[in-house]
Design a protein around this ligand. Sequence first.
Ligand SMILES: Cc1cc2nc3c(=O)[nH]c(=O)nc-3n(C[C@H](O)[C@H](O)[C@H](O)COP(=O)(O)OP(=O)(O)OC[C@H]3O[C@@H](n4cnc5c(N)ncnc54)[C@H](O)[C@@H]3O)c2cc1C
Length: 291
Amino acid sequence: MEKKKIVILGAGFAGLKLARKLNNNPHFSVTLIDRYNYHQFQPLFYQVATAAINASDISFPIRKVFQESKNISVRLAEVTRINKEKNEVETTIGDFSYDYLVVSMGCTTNFFGNKQIEELSFPMKSTNEALTLKNRLLTNFESAYSAESPEEMEEIMNIVVVGGGPTGVELSGAIAQMKKFILPKDYPDLDFSKLNIYLIEGSPNLLGPMSDLAHKKSFEYLSNMGVNIWTEGRVVDYDGKTISLADGRTIKTRNLIWAAGVTGNVPDGAVTKEELQRGNRMKVDRTSKVI
Ligand SMILES: Cc1cc2nc3c(=O)[nH]c(=O)nc-3n(C[C@H](O)[C@H](O)[C@H](O)COP(=O)(O)OP(=O)(O)OC[C@H]3O[C@@H](n4cnc5c(N)ncnc54)[C@H](O)[C@@H]3O)c2cc1C
């Protein structure tokens, strides 16, 4: 009997798990495609960004998982388009035909159309971005030594995290711990009492979709750690030095970390623009089949 061809797009949490389930299944021939040759364990990005662990601790080679596999082929490629009429996926290394297609390409940062913020802020949705953020934080304090004015020092010593979901909460907490335990040792001649960490959230609560207890406790913990929490604050502009909120408030900073939302990675041709739901979600039925 001919094996059915399954193509899985994305070797993240979902794609990798499914490929492992199908590993050595005699009925299926599986191609697992990802733009990176490693799986990223996203929950610990914030630890990489704050220099607590190495990037290699959370990045695992995908090929290693399937070294012994008889039916899983791994391909490093960027998916560019789905051709539903021909049952084919187009990628940067060629086309792949399928009997069944699994779209598990995760999501990316949502800048809500603000190009200026996209260009000047630091997101944290990949290992590379977590490393960029780490380098930014460390070089930021190096530049404090050559600050030429109190205004420049203020821009350096203010770190602003936008988005009070799990990522923003974890990250602002981790930076507060860096301020307390690491930075004064690494930069003994800088005055870290001047370092201000802001967490700005558009809705009335941190961890909005979670329980009232989570709202309350996250606020309490972070406040006790010295994080300045501004709820119901909507950032509307950033010029690389000053953040402006819709209500007129501003903060001077060179360090804007954007954790304010996500939008789905949807390949062209998967669905029409009109079929997409809020945040680029594809509409699916109860079995997660695209409808
Ligand atoms: C900072 C952070 C902290 C988190 N903390 C937690 C937590 O504590 N607990 C929890 O349960 N969840 C957490 N999450 C969420 C969790 O990581 C995601 O829900 C999960 O990764 C989603 O799985 P997925 O398979 O849908 O997508 P992903 O894991 O994002 O995988 C998508 C894959 O698709 C690939 N891809 C995307 N586009 C293309 C393309 N065009 N071509 C080829 N490949 C492509 C990507 O490289 C990636 O490997 C966190 C997320 C972040 C960013």
